[in-house]
Design a protein around this ligand. Structure first.
Ligand SMILES: Nc1ncnc2c1ncn2[C@@H]1O[C@H](COP(=O)(O)OP(=O)(O)OP(=O)(O)O)[C@@H](O)[C@H]1O
Ligand SMILES: [Mg+2]
Length: 459
């Protein structure tokens, strides 16, 4: 039975324990059992179980001790807790602390078998994801740019063509989508990698100084110009200049920029001696430059010069499947920086991150993970660590979506529509597991089952 699935049953009640063991063995699992918390902890330290079915109330320890220990010693193991009738609150707490699900006594064996197979299914999925991530690292790691969505695969494919060329690239995308990261990766993976990479944020420099920053000046060309100074273009010679927020470049500098790009030479402010340039230009913008062209705020000819190769970075909400990989990457990165053992994230917490819309894109996700790690001592991020704003976004959208009609409304009916919609969403994200959906909604399972019946959800 080398590849058998190992399950540990923990229960102090002999007959209950034997019955569970027999049942799970009949379903072809390899089952060990423990009558006390002590024995259970010892077994967990020695063997790797895929699933643990544990009573919450043991003579020497509580099921919560087992749960915590498993998360430390063997985070991939799923724990199903068994509770007495009427202790839904404890069960909900167990779920919040990372239990996969709970079942109540008297145990319905069919239900237990279903819950166990769901736990195993989830495990398979997660381990495949970890496997995928390992594969991904080998293939697509462009200076730590993470992504596996079709949209990011297109970006990587395009980047691997662009790195071999010297072409001018315009990187577009919302704030925080990784434009600067991509620009650096193009430089440091390209032929100019030994030469300078000079970044200029066109919106951060006062308009008066921008011209001299970019193109340099000669002594005496304006008050304060006490000596000759090369600009960023000259500093980037033979390397790459990264013009960030190019959309904010004032019109009169756009004309000068166009000349520099067309003639491959620059004249410092106050000089008429051109300096030859061999600079690769990568620019970035989070505004719609074509729209600025239409409005007459951006020169069309300059737009075409800059946009030889467009590279668009999709917003994070359009590449939900990257969230898992990015989360794993940032957890690892931040924990390493903080000198801690690498944290894992509980599935429910990850699902909440996957449902959120991320207006600040990858930067917002990275900042949130850093904050969650800093605020917890545990090495598993759970749903409790995720700020309410992120979990509750959908709810508030839903609620804000309800407009008060001028002719009035039926309050009770409206509220029950919202309630129904939230229940359906919770069931969806819990994969149909009612206990999990109940935990997401902060109600107990009996209440949820009643509501499902009342609203006739799921047929
Ligand atoms: N695909 C990714 N993989 C890993 N880290 C990423 C990825 N995309 C962005 N980041 C990280 O997110 C943060 C924001 O990225 P970056 O500064 O490149 O965004 P930006 O598009 O230039 O944003 P802005 O428009 O606000 O300047 C950085 O810390 C970056 O390392
Ligand atoms: Mg940027």
């Amino acid at each position: 039975m080398a590849d058998a699935i190992k399950i540990l049953v923990v229960d102090d009640d002999d007959s209950g324990r034997d019955a569970l063991t027999m049942l799970l063995r009949s379903a072809r699992y390899e089952v060990s059992s423990a009558a006390t918390g002590e024995i259970a902890l010892e077994l967990i330290g020695r063997e790797e179980y895929q699933v643990i079915v544990s009573d919450l109330f043991l003579p020497d320890k509580s099921g919560f001790d087992i749960l915590q220990n498993v998360q430390k010693v063997s985070p991939a193991t799923e724990v199903i807790v068994v509770t007495g009738h009427g202790s839904a609150q404890t069960a909900v707490r167990a779920m919040k602390e990372g239990a996969f699900d709970y079942i109540t006594k008297p145990i319905d064996f069919d239900e237990l078998k279903i819950v166990v197979s769901k736990a195993l299914e989830k495990q398979k999925l997660l381990s495949e994801n970890i496997y995928l991530r390992r594969q991904l690292q080998g293939r697509f790691e462009f200076n730590n740019i993470i992504g596996s969505s079709p949209a990011m695969n297109l970006v990587f494919e395009r980047m691997s063509r662009i790195v071999k060329t010297d072409s001018t690239v315009l990187v577009t995308g919302e704030s925080g989508t990784g434009k600067e990261l991509v620009a650096r990766a193009l430089h440091y993976n390209g032929t100019r990698r030994e030469r300078p990479f000079v970044a200029v944020n066109c919106s951060a420099i006062p308009e008066m100084l921008l011209e001299s920053e970019l193109f340099g000046h000669v002594r005496g060309s304006f008050t304060g110009a006490i000596k000759d100074k090369p600009g960023k273009f000259e500093a980037a010679n033979h390397g790459t200049i990264f013009l960030d927020e190019i959309g904010t470049l004032p019109l009169h500098l756009q004309a000068k920029m166009l000349r520099v790009l067309q003639e491959h030479e620059v004249e410092r402010v106050g000089s008429n001696k051109p300096v030859k340039l061999h600079v690769r230009v990568i620019s970035a913008t989070n505004s719609d430059l074509e729209d600025s062209v239409k409005r007459g705020e951006f020169r069309e000819d300059l737009f075409y010069r800059l946009n030889v190769i467009p590279l668009h970075l999709p917003p994070l909400r359009e590449r939900q499947q990257d969230i898992m990989y990015l989360t794993a990457f940032f957890l690892e990165k931040q924990c390493r920086l903080m000198g801690r053992t690498v944290c894992t994230i509980h599935k429910q917490a990850l699902e909440a991150l996957e449902r959120y819309s991320w207006p600040g894109n990858v930067r917002e996700l990275e900042n949130l993970i850093e904050r969650m790690i800093a605020l917890t001592d545990s090495n598993c991020i759970t749903l409790d660590d995720v700020p309410a704003k992120i979990i509750g976004e959908k709810t508030s959208e839903e609620v804000n979506g309800v407009k008060m009609p001028s002719h009035g409304l039926d309050l009770a009916a409206t509220i029950s529509r919202i309630e129904q919609s939230l229940i359906v969403q919770a069931l969806e994200s819990a994969g149909g597991v009612k206990a999990k959906a109940a935990a997401l909604l902060g109600i107990n399972r009996t209440t949820l089952v009643e509501k499902i019946k009342r609203f006739e959800i799921g047929g």
